[in-house]
Design a protein around this ligand. Structure first.
Ligand SMILES: *Cc1c(COP(=O)(O)O)cnc(C)c1O
Length: 380
């Protein structure tokens, strides 16, 4: 089966118990035992739930992995993955990861004895130099949030295999429609399903896809032990979103490219970060590694912070809000919003300046999007 078909047909659909064409929302905490010591395959919804299972099977298949797990949020998925490690382990993470990921690592997990090094993951030599005897994991995003840096996964996997490190890719931005990290040898894929997989700005959720039986068993144990799983209704919403993922991603990308090209020509714009532009430093790798470039465009304005604020206030079609990946276009200011949890010096050395603006280009008519940018940039 091809991607579009798998997105609609994977898992127990139509529902075997009733024939329902839409996956039923099994809104139940517990399941009756057939006999003492004998279940019908389900016992308690924290351990497993039939609606959640369809979502987990679908995400696993779309990513080409072994098994999937659905979590209450992207951060719940990440927190659970970090519990694969133990006190004294060292993690090398991209320095331009999602602000909440940085906060989880730096401000939460260090208290449990994990150690972190943050660096730009596009330089293999620097990764090798950062590896210590206790290094266990490499964690990265490609394209990264909000700078849209592209990391060469073949290079990262080559280093990881030589040093026996677990590799994790946060595939929220690309989605499996544009990038399948497991095909490059990545061990674990994580998602904030809040973003493109759900795609409608009406749920928060997360997912993890594994590649080995050992990782699968461990993740199932941790999800159940930690209770970080997603609710049946949220799973149903994400499932409904995934059914249209391919058509949405094609349109997100078409609109994003047009917006990026428009901004690139505008004199008030200092630089545009979009991997689909030939001027982007990661364009060649992105073209080789991905089937498309996604729907997020970041850019810097030439003026100071006052110009940024004026621009943000003038936009009408783009709403000023955190998050991304939904049908509706959003704009945000990473330095004061999504990445405010990163210390200022860290933000600045990474390249998240106060002039940086991130757009999540939605599915509106693209001319209305460029008209909106035009009136916000050009009004005196
Ligand atoms: C939003 C986001 C997360 C966190 O997900 P939540 O669902 O908000 O908890 C993690 N990684 C990336 C890349 C994100 O954009």
């Amino acid at each position: 089966m091809r991607f579009e078909t798998m997105a609609i047909h994977t898992g127990d659909r139509p529902d075997a118990a009733t024939g329902a064409v839409s996956v039923p929302i099994y809104q139940t905490s517990t399941f009756v035992f057939e006999d003492v010591d004998k279940t019908r395959g389900w016992d308690y919804s924290r351990s497993a739930n039939p609606t959640r299972k369809v979502l987990e099977d679908t995400i696993a298949r779309l990513e080409g992995g072994k098994a999937g797990f659905a979590f209450a949020t992207g951060m719940a998925a990440e927190t659970t993955v970090m519990h694969l490690l133990k006190r004294g382990d060292h993690v090398i993470s991209g320095d331009d990861v999602y602000g909440g990921t940085y906060r989880l690592f730096q401000d939460v997990m260090t208290a449990f004895g994990l150690e972190f090094t943050f660096l730009r993951m596009n330089d293999g030599k620097r990764i090798e130099e950062a590896i210590r005897p206790n290094t266990r994991m490499l964690w990265l995003e490609t394209p990264s949030n909000p700078l849209l840096n592209i990391i060469d996964l073949e290079m990262v996997v080559d280093i990881a295999r030589r040093h026996k490190l677990l590799t994790v890719v946060d595939n929220t931005f690309a989605t499996p429609y544009f990038l399948r990290p497991i095909e490059y040898g990545i061990d674990l894929v994580v998602h904030s399903t809040t973003k493109y997989l759900n795609g409608h700005c009406d749920v928060v959720g997360g997912a993890v896809v594994t590649t080995t039986d050992e990782l699968t068993q461990r993740l199932q144990f941790l999800l159940n032990a930690m209770g970080t799983c997603a609710s049946p209704f949220d799973c149903w919403l994400v499932l409904r979103g995934i059914e249209t993922l391919p058509v949405r991603m094609r349109q997100h990308q078409e609109n994003a490219l047009a917006v990026a090209e428009y901004l690139d020509r505008h004199p008030a714009v200092k630089k545009v970060l979009y991997p689909g532009l030939e001027s982007h430093p990661g364009h060649a790798i992105a073209k080789k590694q991905m089937k498309g470039f996604g729907g997020v465009v970041s850019f810097e304005l030439t003026g100071g912070i006052r110009g940024v604020n004026t621009f943000l206030r003038r936009l009408r079609v783009f709403s000023l809000a955190e998050s991304l990946g939904g049908i509706t276009s959003l704009v945000e200011h990473p330095a004061t919003m999504s990445h405010a949890s990163m210390p200022q010096d860290c933000r600045e050395s990474t390249g998240i300046t106060s002039q940086l603006i991130r757009l999540s280009v939605g599915l509106e008519n693209v001319d209305d999007l460029t008209d909106d940018l035009e009136q916000a940039l050009n009004r005196p």
